[in-house]
Design a protein around this ligand. Structure first.
Ligand SMILES: Cc1ncc(COP(=O)(O)O)c(C=O)c1O
Length: 398
């Protein structure tokens, strides 16, 4: 049998999509106009399916910092953090992250994926048990595989189920690593972190929170869901990414535990890859300053989130359970989802199409995300496109 035989199911899906003429997974943004607008298929669209939550990809301070760094330090480090790839900027960013989170220790990685891969696979080895929320991101699952730990999944956002599974582990419960996300990227719902932290306290063990989609969105200082739930003292590791609210690429882990510095020297996804380039590090440092010093970005983001969420509810759409920067429309089936996705694009709105198995409930999603950079008028336009779409679909079904 050919080594390519296993790709047949993918070939079948691709063929189906090609025949339908709707190609949601090969979208090329031909031109970027701003953080919220671009040209796709030759038409001007509002970008309503990015992770550019604070709109910082076009922030003048971030751009200037990146340009200066490239000018002064070149385009890349050409090496691992463990060899020649640690510049003064990487160390400064680690210190700034540690200060921001009020933690003593921080590590910068080349992506958020690698941050999860590095920390989790190294901390949780073959002798260890990881309890993870069933809806955790692929990077967390992949990390568990790489580390070879025993994985126990608990029901999404269900602290009682976590408790039940820890109880079953008996004495082994005290040394486990519990992993959750602060805000889940598919439906935009937040983790019940107070309940989860209480379970952790009762059984011992360690807690890692992936704040990829909550950094800059939640908490008085924008530190994320752990800050918002006032459980930061219970969290042993916070992992995050620079590719969403900070508008660049890269990842990090912060911790109050000094052991993090030992973990640094044992992580293959940290050691065997090149470090983030100087331009990226400089723009992330500027973005972190913006996140810290411009709380109005967060206020604007939440105003936009509320406008979109309540507007879509009013139109009769089924949404994820909580208002927030991720606003997902739950669709009936793949055919509806594809037609709706294309209908939105034809009306000048780009959203993410997410098909099972990448969706939590098995229903395809039209995943919208808001940015602080969206204007009220742009959100109105997004809502108008969804409104027109619904009228069209109802007419077609009548
Ligand atoms: C929860 C979560 N963790 C980690 C990542 C990986 O982040 P990055 O894009 O920096 O690799 C993502 C990205 O989608 C994510 O949603």
């Amino acid at each position: 049998m050919s080594i390519f035989e296993k790709f047949q199911p993918i070939a079948a899906v691709r063929k189906d999509l090609e025949e339908s003429g709707i190609l949601p997974f090969g979208v090329v943004t031909e031109q970027l106009i701003s953080a919220t607008e671009g040209i796709i298929n030759g038409r001007h669209v509002i970008l309503a399916g990015t992770n550019n939550y604070l709109g910082l990809t076009f922030d003048s301070g971030c751009i200037q910092a990146a340009q200066d760094a490239v000018q002064e330090q070149g385009t890349g480090t050409t090496g691992s953090r463990m060899a020649n790839g640690t510049y003064a900027g990487h160390v400064a960013l680690e210190q700034e992250l540690a200060d921001f989170f009020d933690c003593s220790y921080a590590i910068v990685f080349s992506t958020g994926y690698l941050a999860n891969l590095g920390i989790i696979s190294t901390v949780a080895g073959p002798e260890d048990i990881v309890l993870l929320d069933a809806d955790c991101h692929a990077s967390i699952y992949d990390a568990c595989r790489l580390g070879g730990c025993e994985v126990v999944r608990f029901r999404h956002n269900d602290a009682a189920d976590l408790e039940k599974r820890l109880r079953r582990l008996g004495e082994r419960a005290t040394d486990t690593l519990i992993i959750v996300e602060g805000l889940y990227s598919m439906l935009g719902d937040q983790a019940p972190l107070r309940d989860i932290a209480a379970v952790k306290r009762a059984y011992g063990g360690y807690l890692l929170v992936d704040e990829a989609h909550s950094l800059g969105m939640l908490g008085d200082r924008g530190r994320g869901a752990s800050e918002a739930a006032d459980v930061e003292d219970d969290v042993d590791f916070i992992v995050g990414t620079f590719s969403k609210s900070l508008g660049a690429i890269g990842g990090f882990c912060v911790s109050k535990r000094s052991e993090l510095e030992l973990v640094r020297y044992a992580m293959r996804p940290y050691i065997f890859t090149a470090s983030p380039s100087p331009g990226v590090i400089a723009s992330v440092r500027a973005a972190l300053t913006a996140l810290r010093t411009r709380p109005q970005l967060r206020t604007q983001l939440w105003n936009n989130a509320r406008q979109l969420y309540h507007g879509l509810l009013k139109l009769g759409y089924t949404l994820g359970p909580q208002v927030g920067p991720v606003v997902s429309v739950v669709t009936q089936d793949k055919e509806h989802a594809l037609t709706a996705w294309q209908g939105l694009l034809d009306r000048g709105i780009y959203v993410n199409l997410v098909l099972p198995p990448a969706t939590p409930s098995g229903n395809p999603l039209l995943r919208c995300s808001v940015s602080a950079a969206h204007t009220r008028e742009q959100i109105d336009n997004i809502l108008a496109a969804f409104g027109a779409l619904q009228k069209n679909m109802s007419a077609a079904m009548a």
